[in-house]
Design a protein around this ligand. Structure first.
Ligand code: CMP
Length: 140
């Protein structure tokens, strides 16, 4: 399996509870390396654009409000099978369905305030990484 990159976000519910380190530790313990990382205040325009695929969903406005409610840490993770590995470490979108030991099982507050985001496929990962990072910000 080739080395792959994926995109990850530590969401406002988690940054507000000082969980950036605890979540990053879980990612690193799973064999993922943080090759880019920055803490941002997402603008409404950025949230609407990043989550544009969900714009017809009933939770879209709440999601945009949540993602602009506090700091987010955007990251690029690198490792073998990084997209799938990150999704395994995150656990299911709804923390009620997340496997024990996963980030969402341990830290998420709700299906919306679910602490982390991770790309769902290599193609999405490339798009999401390019949305937040220039090439010279990624140091592998
Ligand atoms: P994420 O993996 O970042 O992708 C879309 C986000 O929308 C998701 O995590 C949740 O934060 C949010 N979300 C998904 N489904 C729901 C839902 N049914 N109700 C509220 N928020 C949701």
């Amino acid at each position: 399996m080739a080395i792959e990159r994926t995109f990850s976000m530590i969401k406002p519910d988690a940054t507000k509870r000082n969980l950036t380190g605890a979540i990053t530790k879980k990612l690193e313990e799973a064999g993922l390396s943080v090759v880019a990382s920055k803490r941002i205040m997402m603008t409404k325009a950025q949230a609407e654009s990043f989550y544009g695929v969900h714009k017809e969903r009933p939770f879209f406005n709440d999601l945009v409000a949540f993602m602009t409610s506090g700091p987010t840490v955007v990251q690029v993770l690198e490792g073998e099978n990084a997209v799938l590995k990150n999704r395994e470490v995150m656990g299911a979108t709804n923390p009620a369905n997340a496997e024990p030991g996963t980030i969402r099982a341990e830290f998420a507050e709700s299906i919306e305030a679910n602490s982390v985001h991770g790309s769902d496929a290599p193609e999405t990962a490339a798009e999401e990484i390019a949305f937040w990072f220039g090439g010279n910000e990624i140091v592998g």
